[in-house]
Design a protein around this ligand. Structure first.
Ligand code: H79
Length: 418
């Protein structure tokens, strides 16, 4: 296992003393979470003044250089009457996800939660007049899902002192330190005071933040809720866990606690014309690839301005949930297995068991597994009768005789008792 990987930049890494921290135990076992990007950008949904705007949906204000006074008018139209916290939470549960992370404030500065430091929020600034984070918090508690908040601590294109907006504001005149002290910290305090236990704060884009600022944010979080984790993107290697780049998966197992945030199509915030959906098989394989390398998969949906999670996302999440219903034992609570670096196979492990994830079933069903010895028995996780598969040890590994054809085209899990 490597300590670092290209996909995980050092500044988004894990605080060294968090490596053994039992506060992360639930997170280490959870493996799979739901990310939700929802905000005003769902209204233009990738189109501004009749023109498609390239790039990520939630970046539309930046990419089209929309003036603050114009963009903030969207709040008057934000009325997602179909929003139903119970449905969103139930979807995550059915997908087999163990935690949910939602954008409390993205780079555009609009807040989904009621805030005393700005009226630019869902409860006070839209016709909807509801605190959707309150409703999600209540539902998560009811349905037994952990809740975390994404919070953009550096970029804020609405606040005159936040990072990123150079079309309305003069970057040279910005008081970024004042914005952190008088705006970010009060808001983080609200998020960790008004919504019950929060499992993590997902800070993002640490570029430019000082080590002192990163540290003081992490300290504030831990002071308010000691068990709340801080994402690696708080910056300066001060996260409780490391964050891989968006949609990046390390090439090999990494000896840090780490997570890949990822999209199902090519945007985080809803875009009406992004139909580039990954297949269920692709998503299951990505989950397994990540878990076999010691990471978590935080998979995103971008609800519409009406409050609907796009049907292609729902179908894919439910498909993953069906696979996990059968194969979850080989995912949740596992650690990277002993078989690494093969194209056709991934492995995860628990005490006494190795799970082989066969991505490319060999013709004839003879699995030549290098490096694993002392196998006492083998069966297919998808086989309820647990019929034993013939096992033979060789000089450099073990040969298992499975069915001639792939039992599961996405990933057939073979359980080895060791
Ligand atoms: O919240 C999601 C993204 O909006 C956020 N992180 C995930 C979780 C993110 N923030 N920054 N980035 C991703 C990198 C963005 C880079 C780009 Fe650009 C935005 C490339 C094109 C538009 C910045 C602006 C670099 C060039 C123009």
């Amino acid at each position: 296992m490597t300590l670092q990987d290209d996909a995980i930049r050092p500044e988004r890494g894990q605080r060294p003393d968090a490596r053994q921290d039992p506060r992360l135990d639930w997170w280490r076992d959870a493996k799979f979470g739901l990310f939700i990007h929802w905000g005003l950008y769902a209204i233009p949904a990738g189109t501004w003044k009749g023109e498609p705007v390239a790039g990520l949906g939630e970046w539309i204000m930046y990419r089209a250089r929309i003036p603050v006074r114009e963009y903030e008018q969207l709040a008057a139209q934000f009325n997602p009457v179909q929003f139903d916290a119970a449905q969103w939470v139930a979807l995550a549960k059915a997908a087999g996800q163990k935690y949910l992370v939602i954008t409390s404030k993205h780079h555009d500065g609009f807040c989904l939660f009621q805030s005393k430091v700005t009226g630019y929020n869902m409860a006070d600034g839209t016709p909807f007049r509801r605190d959707v984070l309150k409703e999600l918090a209540a539902e998560c508690r009811k349905q037994g899902l952990k809740l975390g908040f994404y919070y953009s601590q550096t970029q804020d294109w609405h606040h005159p002192d936040g990072d990123g907006n150079d079309w309305d504001y003069d970057e040279a005149k910005k008081d970024f330190a004042g914005y952190i002290e008088r705006y970010v910290k009060p808001q983080v305090t609200e998020l960790l005071t008004n919504y019950g236990p929060i499992c993590l704060i997902w800070f993002d884009t640490p570029k430019g933040i000082t080590a002192d600022q990163s540290e003081s944010l992490a300290e504030l979080v831990h002071k308010l809720q000691p068990d709340c984790l801080v994402s690696g993107r708080v910056g300066n290697t001060l996260g409780d866990y490391a964050s891989a780049g968006d949609n990046r998966i390390p090439g090999q197992a990494v000896t840090m606690d780490w997570e890949t945030p990822a999209t199902i199509n090519d945007t985080w915030g809803f875009k009406s014309y992004d139909h580039n959906w990954k297949s269920i098989a692709d998503l299951v394989r990505k989950l397994v690839d990540i878990v076999s390398k010691g990471g978590n998969y935080l998979l995103n949906v971008g609800p519409t301005a009406e409050g609907i999670i796009p049907q292609p996302s729902v179908e894919r999440l439910l498909g993953m949930g069906r696979w996990l219903e059968v194969n979850g034992e080989a995912v949740y609570g596992t650690r990277p297995g002993p078989v690494q670096g093969l194209a056709w196979c991934r492995s995860t492990a628990k005490p006494g068991a190795v799970y082989l994830h066969i991505l490319d079933w060999p013709q004839g069903g003879e699995l030549l597994v290098p490096g694993v010895k002392g196998v006492k028995g083998a069966y297919l996780l998808g086989d309820a009768s647990r019929a034993p598969l013939p096992v033979r040890e060789t000089d450099d590994g073990t040969i298992i005789h499975g069915p001639a054809a792939a039992p599961d085209e996405m990933d057939t899990v073979v359980v080895l008792s060791v």
